[in-house]
Design a protein around this ligand. Sequence first.
Ligand code: C2O
Ligand code: CU
Length: 474
Amino acid sequence: MPHPKLEFNRREVLLAGAGAALAGVLGLPPAAAAVSGRLTAKPGRVQLVGPSYPETEVWCYGGRVPGPELRVRQGGRLSVAFDNRLPQSSTVHWHGLRVPNAMDGVPELTQAPVAPGEVFAYEFDLPDAGTYWYHPHQGSVEQVGRGLYGPLIVEEPEPIRVDREVVWVLDDWRMTQEAAIVEDFDNFHDHTHSGRIGNTVTVNGAIPETFPVRAGERIRLRLINAANARFFALKFTGHAPRLIALDGQPCAPHELPGGRIVLGPAMRADLVLDLSGRPGERFAVVDDHYQRFAYRLLELAYEAGPPLRESPLDAPVALPANPLPAPELGTALRQRIVLGGGAMGGLASATFRGQTLGLREIAQEGKVWALNGIVADRIEMEPLVTLKRGRSAVIELVNETAFDHPMHLHGHSFRVLTRDGRPVPHGIWQDTVLVAPREKVEIAFVADNPGDWLFHCHILEHMAAGMMGVLRVG
Ligand code: C2O
Ligand code: CU
């Protein structure tokens, strides 16, 4: 299945160099340092499920799902004129990028919502290389759920040597038998339980049977989970991919723990995949996150031709670190954020719009999740944590709910220090960290980006139902 990014580039985004989409691969020119263009969000029709089904009505960027791939060189600048032709107001959030607060795309908090028919100019520098993505931050359950998202790749000045670079944007849709999106975006059960889990998984907006590969080649595979709520746990049978970055941030290269890569919503992973099979062989890529519902995502299908090389490419796979400041643990401000509420969470009461109320009463308003006993409402954004600019922080996330939560901090990447008191190996930095039921996870970062930053669960239904707060850096 060829990745359609070249078409995105031609159609929608005025990339400064035509070769940009293939940059980073052996012998090809690097991505452009300055990329600018127009990004139009509007309703569209796309063939998501396959030729025997009708097209699906979606909302999307540039008429495609996923939206156009934006690819810029590290240290470069991105300027995007966001043109909203949706029937609702919207914004664009650049997930995982350390942008100035006014460019972060959070309605009410960092900018006014962009009304239908309006254009908003986003423009910012890209200090960090890595795999990122963009999506609306307004009415996210519906807008992301209808197909608004796209990949954003920031290339290292000297990328690691690979034969091919591939992006897989994973999504999950709740569809009818006629391949129409089920429009129950306010489904209360989804909001109180695991979120909007669908019934149709796509890779780059399609359901591919196979992914053609060549024996001996090395692929850098960039995975992006753009689903509202579905987790993926991918196993590459017969292969031993190495993880080289999580959420865009390099880590010490290592084989996947348990042989699988687990991606909660919004998470990304960069894998180095050496195609060690023989010509003509096939290997399944399996997703077994929900064990009773394990399925084959696709098959790696080896071409018949001779191997590209007989033994794996002998080249380093470690990525250079991004310029992230190291937190000072000794002097850091220590804070705890308790995740509470939801079905079977045992939370009796919480603060909502400044009042202490029973959770049942709050549920009347469609809200059921709390951070430190506060159920967020869009109109009330008093900071959960306030940090002096330049100060290091260690935040302990304590999950007192019955569900997993991928917790995302805007404007910063953080070190993941410990899980239940045990040090996390491989030097992991993330912007979205999974916290399992009853688990405690410590994260640390330097609060060097001034502004009010959203901190929330990236199961979009949990965010909509109150699981968010603000970290103020001033
Ligand atoms: Cu992917 Cu608050 O964002
Ligand atoms: Cu959650």
